[in-house]
Design a protein around this ligand. Structure first.
Ligand SMILES: Nc1nc2c(c(=O)[nH]1)N[C@H]1C(S)=C(S)[C@@H](COP(=O)(O)OP(=O)(O)OC[C@H]3O[C@@H](n4cnc5c(=O)[nH]c(N)nc54)[C@H](O)[C@@H]3O)O[C@H]1N2
Ligand SMILES: Nc1nc2c(c(=O)[nH]1)N[C@H]1C(S)=C(S)[C@@H](COP(=O)(O)OP(=O)(O)OC[C@H]3O[C@@H](n4cnc5c(=O)[nH]c(N)nc54)[C@H](O)[C@@H]3O)O[C@H]1N2
Ligand code: SF4
Ligand SMILES: [Mo]
Length: 715
């Protein structure tokens, strides 16, 4: 394929997506990247990239790309910056950070990063070392997955699940709170293969997503109630003797306790909570217990609720109860991330901390940036609310639009006494508040190493082109900052190649034979797992007992119910009140703001081609809810609660269950006529486990834009 004019460079898609595609970048003789394609030999990518990333180079070569350091010259948020040199930028950051450290102590410095890249190097190596050596506050990265991760771990022990390729063998597939065609599209061919062999696909989602439209059946569950459904399914399975006695007795813990608990969960009870008919819960349970192999795909969307951790904990029990783990193509998949035994400690070097510093919850950035100690205390998970945050360093994240309770976040970012540095590709809504913006490289310009959370391959990302403008990789920027601040530990000077080798330096059977040299040669490598990989066919769970834990002593120790239970959502009005919402415009609706098809969180929202594909932001409403509020399809509506207010165009369709409204996310604030984006409505409240964010557990009021004054402005 390679001609002298054109070469193909292998890399990895860095985005926060379960598919972690292996890509090839076509580079011409001038060193310019021309096109992207999926690696044809990668067994999960199979030669295809999603529409978004096919146009990744339109981000790299975007006319608005930040190509040099910038210094703010107007008020925060005004967007007035002037170009400065790297030397000037580093000198200023060095002086300002040293001043903050001297006056308030190093914990007044808060690093804030999230999932702009999932690369081990650019996301969790030299950055962490720098902040650890400085003694800065630590960040609990809780925006996406924390609650469900914890719930899954109580039951299974680690985030390991059914290999995605094995979905092809399943005969029943429950897509439970996941929009596969949008957020995990490379799983779809395996689902189609299963369907050709007669598999039935059932989608459990409050919205009739593009995935639900392709399924045999859509079960429009009320958000935040999945644990009740799982408990009732288990009730039916046990009541009707459909459980796998041999599997349960050998490989699970606490069945007798579970059985007792399930007595309280007849389908009628779950029906009242979930809004699904009791008969359908019965038949679903029986279908699930009697179809082999049966697989469940849950993803992280469904756990961004007050009870999200418990919901995942309960669902993750189902395959053990019916023995689904025995078969290839049976089981459950939340994430595969727990299977990668890479040496994260070697990358992050927590040992460089002078002492364990305080831990701040990313989902409470608004509170964390407050000068009010009581508010700040809510954000501090470990340690002291003092001192306030006086310096904020943001990279791989755009919290001005992605973090919950946006107005609280913006109040913090607008503090003139807060010194803010943002490492970015663009002047995002967050970078608008920076004192200094540093130009970061994109994935085609730097090295990285990638695990995955939707398959079992490691991928090496090679730079395909030279850095655009004066941009530098995050790793290099933190090396330079360490130098500037006089931090002289040798670990702060390791090269990117050193970092890759350190990440791979681990003795584990699943890593046997996986070396840097082999990755350079092959681009991607499957973990050294058995083939086929049936992780729990014979028990071997990663829990303390080695069994699937229906009863978890660890959960009890951590202050949770040791058995599965239903933890109600914080705000989502449950069906009883949703009924009345149909009668009264005064009643709140549950708001969901899941993944937009052509954006990835807030990435690509500034790429014109993808903006055109995605269209305008809108609010999907059920016709009954729209009628009760006098809203017609196409009307402008106001959506509000005590935290904020937003204008959206109504789309009235029976594609969402009554009592729920739905807006894909995330647009930038600066793109909206009213300067507002969806997270003005979401809350900083935490899920039941792990301090996880609760983006989809939100009550809102909706009214036609002109008639709004006639409605009570309830809080
Ligand atoms: N195109 C695209 N792909 C993406 C992303 C993107 O923004 N755009 N985001 C990426 C990221 S960061 C992540 S974490 C993953 C997330 O992957 P997913 O979890 O699959 O995606 P979400 O859109 O968050 O949520 C999936 C579905 O959950 C439903 N849902 C919400 N609450 C509940 C509930 O309580 N119960 C049930 N049963 N369903 C519920 C929503 O209606 C939505 O259709 O996707 C990744 N992929
Ligand atoms: N309402 C609502 N809010 C949500 C969600 C939702 O579904 N609804 N989803 C939530 C979820 S699942 C997640 S994961 C979070 C994501 O939250 P964020 O991680 O804040 O979201 P992104 O939009 O991906 O922003 C990443 C930024 O990192 C930058 N970036 C990318 N690569 C690099 C790099 O190599 N170096 C540097 N310096 N910068 C880089 C990108 O330009 C981008 O601006 O958002 C959450 N917010
Ligand atoms: S966003 Fe997901 S589907 Fe698209 S290229 Fe990246 S990993 Fe693949
Ligand atoms: Mo995410």
């Amino acid at each position: 394929m390679n001609t002298p004019e054109v070469r193909y460079v292998t890399g990895a898609c860095p985005l926060d997506c379960p598919d972690t595609c292996c890509w090839q970048v076509m580079v011409d003789a001038t060193g310019t990247a021309r096109a992207m394609r999926g690696h044809p030999d990668h067994p999960f990518t199979r030669g295809v990239l999603c529409t978004k990333v096919t146009h990744y180079l339109e981000r790299t070569y975007h006319p608005e790309r930040v190509v040099s350091p910038l210094k703010r010259v107007g008020p925060k948020g005004s967007g007035q910056f002037k170009r400065i040199t790297w030397e000037e930028a580093l000198a200023e950051i060095g002086a300002r950070l040293s001043d903050v450290v001297e006056r308030y102590g190093p914990q007044a410095v808060l690093p804030y990063s999230y999932s702009g890249t999932l690369g081990l190097l650019q996301g969790e190596s030299m950055d962490r070392r720098f902040f650890h050596a400085l003694g800065a506050s630590r960040l609990a990265r809780t925006l996406c997955a924390e609650a469900g991760w914890q719930g899954y771990v109580y039951t299974i022990g680690a985030t390991v699940g059914t290999p995605p390729e094995d979905f092809a063998y399943a005969r029943l597939i429950l897509l439970w709170g996941t929009n596969t065609l949008t957020s995990n599209m490379h799983l779809w061919p395996f689902i189609l293969e299963a369907r050709r062999q007669g598999a039935r696909v059932v989608v459990i989602d409050p919205a009739r997503t593009r995935t639900a439209r392709q399924a045999a059946e859509w079960l429009p569950i009320m958000p935040g109630t999945d644990a009740a459904l799982a408990l009732a399914m288990m009730h039916v399975i046990v009541r009707d003797g459909l459980w796998d006695e041999a599997y349960v007795s050998r490989y699970t813990l606490g069945f007798s306790h579970l059985r007792e608990r399930l007595e309280a969960w007849p389908p009628e009870r779950a029906a009242a909570i979930t809004g699904l008919p009791a008969e359908r819960i019965e038949t679903l349970a029986r279908e699930y217990a009697t179809t082999r192999p049966a697989v469940i795909r849950i993803n992280y969307g469904m756990q961004r609720h007050g009870g999200g951790g418990m919901a995942v904990r309960a669902i993750a029990m189902l395959p053990a109860l019916v023995g689904a783990w025995r078969e290839q193509g049976g089981g459950v998949l939340l994430s595969t991330s727990g299977a990668f035994p890479v040496n994260r400690q070697a990358l992050r070097r927590t040992d460089l901390q002078p002492h364990p510093t305080r831990l701040i919850n990313a989902a409470r950035l608004g509170d964390a940036l407050s000068l009010d100690a009581h508010m700040r205390a809510r954000a501090v998970m470990q340690g002291d609310p003092h001192p306030p945050v006086h310096a904020l360093i943001v990279y791989n994240s755009n919290p001005a639009v992605t973090a919950p309770d946006q107005n609280a976040v913006l109040r913090g970012l607008a503090r003139e006494d807060l010194f803010t540095v943002v490492l970015e590709h663009f002047i995002t809504d967050t970078a608008l508040y920076a004192d200094i913006i540093l130009p970061a490289t994109t994935q085609v310009e730097h090295w990285d190493l990638h695990t995955a959370y939707g398959h079992y391959y490691l991928t090496l990302n090679r730079p395909a082109i030279a850095p655009v403008g004066e941009s530098k990789p995050n790793t290099e920027i933190f090396r330079l900052l360490a130098q500037r601040l006089g931090l002289d530990h040798p670990a702060l000077r390791d090269s990117d190649e050193d970092l890759i080798r350190q990440a791979l330096s681990v003795k584990h059977p699943w890593m046997t034979g996986i070396t840097y040299e082999r990755l350079l040669d092959e681009g991607f490598v499957r973990l050294n797992l058995p083939d086929p990989f049936l992780p729990f066919a014979e028990g071997d769970f990663f829990t303390p007992s080695g069994k699937c834990e229906f009863y978890s002593a660890q959960a009890a120790h951590d202050g949770y119910d040791p058995l599965p239970t239903f933890t109600p959502p914080h705000e989502t009005p449950l069906p009883a009140s949703a009924e009345s919402s149909r009668a009264s415009a005064q009643q709140p609706l549950a708001l969901l703001s899941p993944s937009a098809h052509y954006y990835l969180n807030s990435n690509f929202a500034n790429v014109p081609r993808l903006q055109r594909r995605q269209g305008e932001p809108y609010l999907l409403l059920h016709p009954e809810d729209a009628a009760a509020r006098g809203i017609q399809d196409g009307d402008w509506v106001r959506v509000w609660n005590a935290r904020g207010s937003l204008r959206l165009r109504a789309r009235v369709r029976p594609d969402v269950r009554p009592g729920v409204c739905y807006t894909p996310s995330i647009w930038w604030r600066t793109q909206a006529a009213d300067g507002q984006s969806v997270n003005v409505l979401t809350s900083q409240a935490e899920a039941d486990m792990g301090g996880g964010a609760t983006y989809y557990d939100v009550a809102v009021y909706v009214a036609p834009l002109n008639g709004e004054e006639s409605h009570a402005r309830a809080g």
